[in-house]
Design a protein around this ligand. Structure first.
Ligand SMILES: N[C@@H](CCC(=O)N[C@@H](CS)C(=O)NCC(=O)O)C(=O)O
Length: 250
């Protein structure tokens, strides 16, 4: 895939909660891999105020986003993580141009987004508006089927896509070279390994191609530089995926 990022590419302003990786990280990884001219607005002085103004509908231009992450670029306001990636990827050189490939990538990204949501709902099974401490019993129950059935089903599906592509000597999820969904697969693995280290150790034994893809993504020069930079925040129990030892497998 040819990189199209040039001096004439309009700047991309990313808006996301400043203290966590969260869903914003899927977009950050794509921007970093492409070397795109972008600003992480809410991490700049006055940026949070600007983000809240847009969320509250005080920005007359574009559709009012329901929730972060969203981007502003070339007069557009785009929210919904998967849609943001679908819209930006062609100009970032992170998806092939044909419709079948773009739809395949979007389908995979939406499925990774489902997995991210289920992973979040393990620590907040009753409501995102309540503290974890107030839903611990339900979280414990949710974590059992999540680690036993759901993670293996989602990641096993990604592994099966890599197996099929390997038959045509390709080592990425879509087509013959890296796309944004490979970066997203890396990110969800990173979050799951942080949140459920024991379960993931067991599950990953059956995912050799996905583990190899994760390592290949982490070793890409721009991604490696990003991961080593202060822009990459460490995982924490404020994030979308959280490590509570009692929710991991015994
Ligand atoms: N489906 C949306 C979900 C967006 C979302 O839930 N964002 C979170 C942060 S990761 C948020 O701020 N939600 C506020 C809310 O749901 O009230 C996406 O994929 O972008």
């Amino acid at each position: 895939v040819k990189k199209k990022t040039t001096k004439t590419t309009p700047r991309i302003d990313l808006y996301y909660w400043p203290g966590i990786q969260g869903r914003g990280e899927f977009v950050r990884l794509a921007l970093e891999e492409a070397g795109a001219p972008y600003r992480d607005v809410a991490r700049t002085p006055g940026g949070m105020k600007a983000m809240m103004a847009t969320l509250e509908g005080k920005d007359a231009r574009g559709l009012r986003p329901f929730a972060p992450p969203f981007v502003k670029t070339g007069g557009l306001v785009i929210a919904q993580t998967s849609l943001v990636l679908h819209a930006l990827a062609p100009r970032l050189g992170l998806v092939p141009e044909d419709e079948a490939s773009r739809l395949a990538a979007l389908q995979i990204q939406l499925t990774i987004a489902d997995l991210a949501m289920e992973a979040h709902d393990v620590h907040h099974p009753i409501s995102g508006g309540l503290y974890y401490e107030d839903q611990k019993t339900e979280a414990k129950r949710a974590s059992r089927s999540f680690t036993k059935e759901r993670i293996p089903k989602f990641l096993g599906w990604l592994e099966s896509l890599l197996e099929r592509n390997r038959a045509s000597k390709h080592q990425y999820l879509v087509g013959r070279s890296l796309t944004y969904v490979d970066l997203s697969a890396f990110e969800i693995m990173s979050g799951l390994e942080y949140a459920f280290p024991r379960a993931m150790k067991r599950i990953e034994k059956k995912l050799p191609l996905l583990v190899a893809l994760r390592d290949r993504v982490a070793a890409r020069p721009r991604i490696a530089a990003y991961l080593a930079s202060p822009r990459r925040l460490p995982w924490s129990t404020d994030d979308l995926l959280r490590h509570y030892p009692e929710l991991d497998e015994a």
